[in-house]
Design a protein around this ligand. Structure first.
Ligand SMILES: [Zn+2]
Length: 81
């Protein structure tokens, strides 16, 4: 057994978070919440109020997270994960 546990990469930690969201019984509610109100403005920025103090190109990080969760959920339903 190693003295120091093997650290997971940031990507591995993030994708395990995505999988946990995808497997949540509330996944549809979570996806709705992640996507609600995130629309592009005429200049291609997301106009959701949560981005008021920083610019987020559309699709923003919230929408990209929702896409990853939806993809993982779909793969799991198809028996591919
Ligand atoms: Zn947004």
């Amino acid at each position: 057994m190693p003295i120091h546990p093997v650290r997971s990469s940031t990507d591995q930690v993030f994708m395990s978070f995505v999988r946990e969201l995808a497997r949540s019984p509330q996944v549809l509610h979570i996806l709705t919440g992640l996507r609600d109100g995130h629309q592009p403005d005429p200049h291609g920025w997301c106009n959701h109020p949560s981005h008021t103090h920083r610019w987020e190109p559309h699709p923003c990080s919230s929408l990209r997270l929702a896409e990853l969760v939806e993809d993982d959920r779909y793969r799991r339903q198809q028996g591919r994960s």
